[in-house]
Ligand binder design. Structure first.
Ligand code: CUA
Length: 324
């Protein structure tokens, strides 16, 4: 029966059970309260119905009763809150060594790029049993990345990055939706996430002759002339980019910021926004000159300067699935 009329989408990620358990709990408590209230209403209606010769007497109040009906719901709501917060935080914090996938949403499609360089449109292949982190931005309006089977939904915004993560637990093909109205063909902005057995994934990965995203980024870095100021060995006119990713950076105005994806992105598009301590605002802007994909490649390159020596064994999934 449940096959023909499913109550839930497939549960295909580690988050799915947590989200569903909380959801079932909410429904159960709501159902229990509804039954309790309606039974009481019916019971009181009969018990205290109007009878000839009887008169209602005013009741002055009862502290015991009032405290009881305040404290019990408070405790129940705190359970909702604590449980919800726990699920929320686990959903918001991608594990450290997740495979990273850059996502660019646009009217009306999803573009994915793996660290190994494979590009996909409206289809995303991932291996079973691996943490996957989506680093997402939009080329135009607000979209929303929604995979019901994984119980994740995250808005995708122009001009900045948002992040979502999942750990697939079942091989299969799952719906991907855009869950934010984004124009005429919003309803057509759909795709699928294909979860594959590691060895099938490996075979799929090997199919395309692509270069790692960070290598694309490095080529671009040299083409755009970034390398003339941001040097590897010697101090150039710009700060060295070696090892900066996810590290604190001291700014000229005394503030300290973390060099995350958004910081690197902003520094490329609006170089004057945050000047690194000891440097002058001499860098030209690249706003309007490079695409979101090219930005992602540059960021992947800057990140690779902080990671393992070889980009191909960095945060990609091929390297990870190759392990036993
Ligand atoms: Cu994109 Cu709706």
């Amino acid at each position: 029966m449940f096959q023909s009329m499913p109550l839930w989408p497939a549960r295909a990620s580690t988050l799915a059970n947590d989200v569903d358990a909380l959801y079932i709990f909410l429904i159960a408590v709501s159902a229990l309260m509804s039954v309790l209230i309606f039974t009481t209403v019916a019971f009181f209606a009969v018990r205290y119905r109007h009878r000839k010769g009887q008169h209602a007497e005013p009741i002055e109040g009862s502290h015991a009763l009032e405290i009881t009906w305040s404290v019990i719901p408070f405790c129940v709501f705190m359970v909702f809150f604590a449980w919800g917060a726990k699920v929320y935080f686990s959903e918001r914090k991608p594990p450290q060594d997740s495979a990273e996938i850059y996502t660019v949403a646009k009217q009306w499609m999803w573009k994915f790029e793996h660290m190994e360089g494979q590009r996909e449109i409206n289809e995303l292949h991932v291996p079973l049993g691996r943490d996957v982190k989506m680093i997402m931005t939009s080329q135009d309006v607000i979209h929303s990345f929604y995979v019901p089977a994984f119980r994740i939904k995250q808005d995708v915004l122009p001009g900045r990055y948002t992040v979502a993560w999942f750990h697939p637990t079942r091989a299969g093909t799952y719906h991907l939706f855009c869950a934010e109205y984004c124009g005429t063909s919003h309803s057509g902005m759909v795709g699928s996430v294909i979860v594959m057995e590691p060895k099938d994934y490996e075979a799929w990965m090997g199919g395309g002759g692509s270069q790692p995203l960070s290598v694309t980024g490095e080529l671009l870095f040299n083409q755009l002339g970034c390398a003339t100021c941001h040097r590897k060995e010697t101090q150039g006119r710009g700060p060295s980019l070696i090892g900066i990713y996810n590290r604190p950076v001291l700014l000229e105005d005394g503030r300290t910021v973390i060099a995350d994806e958004d910081y690197i992105r902003e520094s490329i598009l609006q170089p004057a926004a945050k000047i690194v301590s000891g440097f002058k605002p001499v860098m030209p802007t690249f706003q309007g000159q490079i695409s979101d994909e090219q930005l992602n490649a540059l960021i992947a390159y800057v990140k690779s300067l902080s990671g393992p020596a070889s980009p191909s064994v960095g945060k990609g999934m091929a390297a990870a699935t190759a392990q036993p």
